[in-house]
Design a protein around this ligand. Structure first.
Ligand code: S3P
Length: 429
């Protein structure tokens, strides 16, 4: 257990930051590379604990994955090249590993067991068990509580059209990956579009995949193909990690930060829209596209922020950034309302509860609601002990809150930042 102390930052923050590679894209690059034919070369891969769990699972499934100083080489064995694991597949704290790999494992001719840490094993898996079973998969929660550990046995899959109640990229991706092994076409419709990295990357690997949207929601469709083919994947900087430095620059007076090579895929970049709605001064520079994903350098200047409403279709595009948006709201003038975000309850922690607990500890004004929170801005928060509850995004969001708070903020169990941003505190310091 580690505790990190943050003091109020009197001097402006100035300079350049390069954030680590995108977590969602890093996971997918290893997974798709493993079931592709040939070698996939990944640069700027995020060596955070979650993505390392994905690497470790695929090694146990017989894939040779080389880690060099600046790249990862995945020597894929094709769609049917995975081998039966001799051990339980440990997915650690990673919901993405667990849910996406389930879709792949459902289509194999061997059995496997997936299990993670206490937080992971209490998160809902019924949301993937139900559609995968509809496709013919044999997947069960070992403790019969719709949570991991999960046991997956060989099953003959067929395509379905699944209407998901939640806009979840993990659910969508699990179904699409199972669709690679199913007979016929598989479709997933979600109420609004969640992050589309799976669709973009699978297309690049040669999958027969398409997507569209209408009044009934966003639909992705996949047909089985002969093979996927190894690719070069340049992973963009993670906007979810950039979010902490964006917020730091916005709340520490006089600051000006250039955050380089940030992924700006619109299905992920909702935080930028919300910051702009709050009056933030953020400029896009050097816009590019790499590996099908848009990127830009973000120039962020200290700004006088005001409250806003965050609701509806934008929620899935910023779901992981709500803790840091709550911190921005606490320093903004007026009221911020966050709604339609009940999914916060099933993240690494119940983030409605953990944001509320910690913002109250720092003297903030917050009312939790059933699907979000209402925050009244204040001139300044007060430093306090903050409990991360082992949730990386809570630890980082409240470290940033501490930069503009009176006195000292201590983050308990701060080592959990390693899940998505190893070295976060060194960069911050
Ligand atoms: C992710 C999807 C989101 C997000 C998670 C990563 C992904 O989860 O919160 O951190 O890589 O697909 P949901 O699909 O459960 O919304």
């Amino acid at each position: 257990m580690k505790t990190t102390t943050i003091n109020r930052r009197i001097q402006p923050l100035r300079g350049e930051v390069t954030v680590p590679g995108d977590k969602s894209i890093s996971h997918r690059s290893v997974m798709f590379g493993s079931i592709a034919h040939g070698t996939t070369e990944i640069t700027n891969f995020l060596k955070g604990a979650d993505c390392l769990s994905t690497i470790s699972c695929f090694r146990k499934l017989g894939i040779d994955i080389e880690e060099t100083q600046d790249r990862i080489l995945v020597h894929g064995r094709g769609l049917s090249g995975l081998c039966a694991p001799s051990q339980i597949l440990d997915t650690g704290n990673s919901g993405t590993t667990t849910r996406l790999i389930s879709g792949i494992l459902a289509g194999q001719n061997f059995s496997s067991v997936l299990s993670g840490d206490a937080s992971l094993n209490s998160r809902p898996m019924g949301r993937i068990i139900t559609p995968l079973r509809e496709m013919g998969a044999s997947i069960a929660s070992i403790n019969d509580n719709d949570c991991a550990p999960l046991k997956i046995e060989p099953g003959k899959l067929h395509g379905i059209h699944y209407h998901s109640k939640v806009a979840s990229a993990q659910v969508k991706s699990a179904i699409l990956l199972a669709g690679l092994y199913a007979e016929g076409e598989t479709k997933v419709t979600e109420p609004t579009l969640s992050r589309n990295h799976t669709e973009l990357m699978l297309k690049g690997f040669g999958a027969d995949i398409s997507s569209g949207a209408d009044n009934n929601g966003a639909t992705a469709s996949i047909k089985p193909c002969q093979e996927l083919y190894g690719q070069k994947i340049p992973v963009p900087g993670d906007i979810s990690s950039a979010a902490y430095f964006i917020a730091a620059a916005l709340i520490v007076p006089g600051s000006e930060l250039l955050i380089k090579n940030v992924g700006t895929n619109p299905t992920r970049a909702g935080i930028l829209t919300i910051c702009k709605n709050m009056g933030a001064d953020i400029t896009f520079i050097n816009e590019k596209t790499a590996g099908g994903e848009p990127t830009a350098d973000l120039l962020v200047k200290y700004s006088h922020l005001h409250g806003t409403t965050v609701e509806g279709a934008i929620i899935p595009t910023l779901i992981d950034e709500i803790p840091i948006i709550a911190v921005l709201a606490a320093y903004a003038e007026g009221t911020t309302i966050i709604k339609d975000a009940a999914e916060l309850k099933v993240k690494e922690t119940n983030r409605i509860d953990t944001v509320t607990e910690n913002l109250l500890a720092m003297g903030g004004h917050i009312t939790p609601t059933d699907d979000g929170m209402i925050i009244e801005g204040t001139e300044s928060l007060t430093g306090a002990p903050v409990n991360s509850h082992l949730d990386h995004r809570i630890a980082m969001a409240f470290a940033i809150a501490g930069l503009a708070a009176r006195g000292e903020t201590t983050i308990l169990d701060s080592q959990c930042v390693d899940v998505s941003y190893p070295g976060f505190f060194d960069v911050l310091h």
